[in-house]
Design a protein around this ligand. Structure first.
Ligand SMILES: NC(=O)c1ccc[n+]([C@@H]2O[C@H](COP(=O)([O-])OP(=O)(O)OC[C@H]3O[C@@H](n4cnc5c(N)ncnc54)[C@H](OP(=O)(O)O)[C@@H]3O)[C@@H](O)[C@H]2O)c1
Length: 239
């Protein structure tokens, strides 16, 4: 697809992978609608992207795990942008503990943000794409959606479910020219990974958010008659 003057909504846009994808799309001339909870972080990114790349950048502070907030964020951003060509479902949280050690409220919160948040945002954006008879949805899953591990029951369950949602949705909407893609990165150097205690190596040996953004744009750049169903990206030689 051609990027110039297209529109994109990105969740979890204020940090890490979401911020890197927002920046990469702005560089290509895509007008943006950015969602995360912290309004201050969103405003800072909005100012920097507007001044650097002269694209329209609209923001909506919302918790994607809250259906009312998610729906109103998408509706308000659509009103500003006038279309939704690209939706990046990226907002996510991670915490690792054994099934018994993790408090049920934390276990539920991971499912609520990573899975239900993606469902609420997609459900709000999809009617606009169906009406346009075109669109692109990228769901940021994880290698944790392909392989379970001890202490990962909540996070893996959320990401396995996200892959099931992605594959089912793509079968529903491909006839409307909507491409639905899942990305499955291994550990990326972000606050999420550092706070969850994942091992972060030196920059030249460790996947960076900009690398995932490059993969996201590469999948979008393909001719619209094709799509990548699932794309994994790993650090080549982790420390
Ligand atoms: N880092 C990794 O190793 C890795 C690997 C594979 C997949 N992933 C996935 O990649 C995605 C992005 O992760 P990241 O590493 O870039 O994380 P990050 O640096 O912690 O950034 C997360 C972003 O999501 C937002 N967010 C969190 N909870 C939210 C909520 N309830 N509603 C709205 N926004 C919310 C945060 O902003 P606020 O806090 O202001 O809301 C922030 O903008 C996640 O889905 C994660 O599971 C990460």
């Amino acid at each position: 697809m051609e990027f110039k003057n297209k529109t994109a909504i990105i969740t979890g846009a204020s940090k890490g992978i979401g911020k890197a994808i927002a920046t990469a799309l702005a560089k290509e001339g895509v007008h943006l609608g950015l969602i995360s909870r912290s309004a201050a972080d969103l405003e800072e990114l909005q100012n920097s992207l507007r001044s650097q790349y002269s694209v329209h950048v609209h923001i909506a502070s919302a918790d994607v795990s809250n259906r009312v907030e998610a729906e109103s964020a998408v509706q308000n951003l659509y009103k500003e942008l006038g279309s939704i060509d690209i939706l990046i479902n990226n907002a996510g949280i991670a915490k690792f503990a054994t099934l018994l050690d993790m408090d049920p409220s934390e276990w539920e919160r991971i499912i609520q943000v990573n899975l239900m948040g993606t469902y609420y945002i997609s459900r709000a954006a999809l009617p606009y794409m169906l009406n346009q008879n075109s669109g692109n949805i990228i769901n940021v899953a994880s290698t944790a959606g392909e392989r379970g591990f001890a202490t990962g029951s909540a996070y893996c369950a959320s990401k396995f479910a996200l892959l099931g949602l992605t594959e089912s949705l793509l079968q529903e909407v491909r006839k409307s020219n909507i491409r639905v893609v899942a990305l499955t990165p291994s550990t990326v150097n972000t606050e999420l990974a550092a706070n969850a205690g994942l091992k972060i190596g030196d920059e030249d040996r460790m996947m960076q958010p900009e690398d995932v953004a490059e993969l996201a744009l590469a999948t979008l750049r393909l001719p619209e008659r094709v799509f990548v169903k699932t794309a994994g990206i790993w650090t080549t030689n982790p420390q």
